[in-house]
Design a protein around this ligand. Structure first.
Ligand SMILES: [Zn+2]
Length: 259
């Protein structure tokens, strides 16, 4: 029913266009968009328009979430799916936004297997079939200048892509022309390199949080792919290649236009 889907999308785009001034202002503040072609910006605007209609923002604890802030989140959420499709974010609707980092309590087994209640302070979280949760303070910190290797919006939405084929495990649904073995080999090798570096107390080039598990590894490497492609390609060329094939993008080509 592609015709019906296209008709519905065309209707949304016509009926609920993004206000021109707000769109321009939001884009102008996001250096990650520098280097995108005119055609890519048009595509990003279409995706963002659909995203804004499909998703609901729930501000909590008094955070103010005006259109500019919602667009800051939506536009960056749509960057990873620029060459995929808005349907990659199907199956959930809510984006909960806290003013600052938030605390979650969860039961987790410690090294000896004893379950203990842990308090984690988070800047973002993505639930399977549920909401994406973000701290506005962290979003703002990562959005208005490029922080190589850090972007909480891209991180949480990478988890959403990973969750499309079940529990987050570091492997989103690959395209038919992508052999699973090539993905697994590239990411496993890079993951092992990172854990070895940490075991030997060597400072890794990437955020050490990536070593938490394969799901976090994929999310953190996705942050690097979009915000620090030079180093990702230099240190893990095979992973970079796999990400180019999955995201259908080559952010390295944009870096010349970055501030
Ligand atoms: Zn994560």
């Amino acid at each position: 029913m592609a015709w019906f889907r296209n008709w519905r999308r065309a209707r949304i785009l016509k009926k609920y266009p993004l206000p021109e001034a707000a769109w321009r202002e939001a884009c102008a503040r996001l250096p990650l968009l520098h280097g995108l072609s005119t055609a890519e910006m048009v595509r990003l605007r279409v995706l963002t328009t659909l995203f804004m209609r499909r998703k609901s923002f729930s501000p909590v604890k008094g955070v103010s979430l005006d259109l500019k802030r919602r667009l800051t989140i939506a536009i960056q959420a749509c960057l990873p799916i620029l060459e995929l499709d808005i349907d990659y974010y199907n199956g959930w609707t809510e984006i909960i936004v806290y003013p600052e980092s938030f605390v979650v309590m969860r039961d987790l087994p410690d090294a000896s297997g004893i379950v203990e209640l842990r308090h984690d302070v988070l800047s973002g979280e993505a639930w399977s079939n549920g909401p994406v949760i973000l701290s506005w303070c962290d979003v703002r910190h990562d959005s208005y200048r490029i922080r190589p290797g850090h972007n909480v919006v891209i991180h949480e939405f990478a988890h959403k892509l990973d969750m499309l084929n079940g529990r987050a495990n570091g492997m989103p649904p690959l395209h038919p022309n992508m052999p699973i073995e090539a993905w697994t080999q590239a990411l496993t090798r890079a993951y092992n390199t990172l854990t070895r570096q940490l075991e030997h107390h060597r400072r890794p080039w990437i955020n050490a949080y990536a070593a938490t598990n394969p799901a976090e590894f994929f999310a953190v490497l996705s942050e690097s792919f979009f915000t620090d492609p030079v180093h990702l390609k230099h240190h893990e060329p095979d992973v970079y290649e796999q990400f180019v094939r999955f995201y259908h993008q080559n952010p390295l080509l944009r870096t010349g236009a970055w501030p």
